[in-house]
Design a binder for this molecule. Sequence first.
Ligand SMILES: [Zn+2]
Length: 177
Amino acid sequence: MERLYAPWRLAYIKNEDGTPPPTPGSCIFCDKPAEGVGRDAANYIVLRGDACFVILNAFPYSNGHVMVLPFRHIASPAEMTDDEGAEMMRLCSFLCVVLGEVFRPHGFNIGINVGSAAGAGIAAHLHLHIVPRWNGDTNFMPVIGDVKVIPETLEQVYTNLVNAIAARERSAPGPIE
Ligand SMILES: [Zn+2]
């Protein structure tokens, strides 16, 4: 599917944003978090948990499209530990709250494609999609034009999400003693 925006994608594809070029056989979902917290903004890593992290989808289906992934390079929920599974779902729940606050979607598509046969783009590293949806977002543009309109840049989406998460953390009560 074609999209109307794209300027930063070229820099991403051409590695002009300082991203190290991928090495053959490497996994982008392992490499991005391994570059360190200092590169999280450049890598669009929204949140790090103990076993899983949240990253923007660089090629979003809709505004605010994020993914929740285990740090471990595993391909299927069959390989997940209980801790990874629990944290993946906890982060999914939290992101639904934050995405709801920031983008006011009318609904979400949430899902995992396991294996390339099921449509996974990067089948080797498990990732759960959270795609905000709005009434009428399947309008004539994607249906007739095969073009999707994304109203915000990835930078704007990233900044809005990180700020909303930080605001929640500031206002949250401390841990219960
Ligand atoms: Zn990986």
